[in-house]
Ligand binder design. Structure first.
Ligand SMILES: [Fe+2]
Length: 228
């Protein structure tokens, strides 16, 4: 039994947005994902850090979920900025149950437990959205979602999974970082950064939290092992 994380699978199996057109690391990425999951066992847990599918609705994303469900291990899903299919947790849970996607679970205002470790998280916030004043509401909602998730972990050791990086060269999202420190989170895994922006990722221990980028194209589409 082991715990892993990977972000940004960006699947489009029944759609028209396959990432292969970007070339480079994305060439043949669906096969790379399949190969990357070969070392995962059925009793392992993999947290998917957002940007799961390009589908605009649960139905449009169905084939992508089917692909992920068929890969070994339990998958815990958080939202990315491109997950337009995202809806209420009850609707997503019901859809997964109806489709028999028993290995997919949604992390949203809650936490899951891996052994004695709490897996917390939410989408997070990035400077790309800072300019939009109207988004202040979304920002506040994200902060409160993260806190709800961290609170639900009670006294357990905590790991946090975000889509957006809390630190990036020239940027830090202080309200999120403060919550991670306040709730004594040991490590934080995030995605979102692709291509050249990965050079500006900030990783390693800052304060009391260890940060790590797990965007799929950064880790060659093989989930990063967190612990056994
Ligand atoms: Fe992405």
């Amino acid at each position: 039994m082991a715990l892993y994380a990977i972000g940004d699978t960006h699947l489009s199996l029944s759609g028209n947005k396959p990432m292969d057109i970007f070339g480079g690391a994305w060439q043949g990425y669906v096969d790379k994902l399949r190969i990357g999951f070969e070392s995962i066992r059925e009793d392992d847990t993999v947290v998917l850090c957002g940007d799961i599918s390009w589908g605009m609705s649960l139905v449009e994303s169905k084939e992508d979920f089917s692909f992920l469900n068929a890969l070994p291990g339990k998958k815990i899903i958080i939202k990315g900025n491109h997950d337009y299919w995202w809806t209420t947790k009850s609707k997503m849970d019901r859809f997964f149950a109806e489709q028999g996607f028993s290995k997919l679970q949604i992390l949203h205002n809650n936490c899951y437990t891996y052994e004695n470790i709490a897996l917390c998280g939410t989408r997070g916030w990035f400077y790309e959205e800072d300019a939009k004043i109207a988004d202040q509401k979304v920002f506040n909602r994200e902060i409160s979602r993260l806190e709800t998730s961290l609170k639900s972990a009670e006294n357990k050791e905590k790991l946090c999974f975000l889509h957006y990086p809390p630190y990036y060269q020239g940027y830090q999202c202080k309200p999120i970082i403060d919550l991670l420190e306040q709730y004594d989170v040991k490590a934080c895994y995030y995605g979102h950064l692709h291509g050249g922006s990965q050079r500006l990722a900030i990783q390693g221990k800052l304060g009391n939290v260890a940060y790590r980028l797990v965007a799929a194209d950064y880790i060659n589409f093989k989930p990063t092992k967190i612990c056994d």
